[in-house]
Design a protein around this ligand. Sequence first.
Ligand code: G1P
Length: 311
Amino acid sequence: MDKPALESSIAAQENSILSTIRKVVIPAAGLGKRLRPATLSQPKEMLPVGRKPTIQHVVEETTATGISSVLIVTGRQKRAIEDHFDREEGGNGPDACIEGDVDFEQLGVSFFFVRQSRARGLADAVSLAEEFAAGEPFVVALGDTILYSPSGTDPLLRRLMQTHLSTCASATVAVETVAKEDVIKYGIVQPRTEIGDAFELSGIIEKPTPSEAPSQLAVASRYVFNVEVFDAIRAIKAQPPGKGGEYQLTDAIRWMIHEGLKVFAVRLRSDEVRYDIGNFGSYFRAFAEMGLRDPEYGADLEAHLRVLLQK
Ligand code: G1P
């Protein structure tokens, strides 16, 4: 077999392995308090970043790996998210050929919605996906965070899914290095093995103080789980809630590690960026960077910013 044929046969094999993960759960029930007044009457996940609302970036990122079933966990004042993914004949959807939009229906992507009736934490939101998962492994992608991988490179989510399947892990999380003083904002992992692009975990803790933190590697909004996670969530819900009075996904992952289940982490590459839309600082950066990447307006915006910055 010549090199291109070999490469395409390897790619086809990888794709068929990855196709065992067909589902994504997108928690999007958070209240968006840090983004008021922008979120007084609209979900933070609908705030635009460049031409598209944040949650559309998340759906495009996850369905680009071949995932075809999307469950969005919503809540009060989140109905705009459901409306956004409706497509009406002759309406404002992609049928009207909006440039740069994606026709999810044509891609064979199905949308499902479930409501979280109270803000009881990320683990509680994920527990609502048990029927949807129906025994299959699935991705969790936080709906208020865009994960940018440059086009033409192997994206983070694919590497996460590959590691999950090749290591037979029960859970696999994306991680990135954060500053010591920022560990208090994240789930922080404790590596069991040497830290490479992917490595096994021996512990994980939600929002530790800098002195409690076992590393500076923070959970970065993307996960892959086997259905054992639902047992883990049931177990932690039998205990008092975790940090912030909520049931934390991090605590469910820690339970899995203590039960002897394998949990792996995959690091973001240096050219990959996580944009957390949940606060204005990161939201502004995300909008500026996406605007600069816009094929039609990016160059103009860059020239304008250069002039502004010289003043
Ligand atoms: C959540 C998780 C945390 C993770 C963070 C970023 O925290 O609980 O473990 O590190 O997302 O992915 P939140 O930002 O909702 O407080």
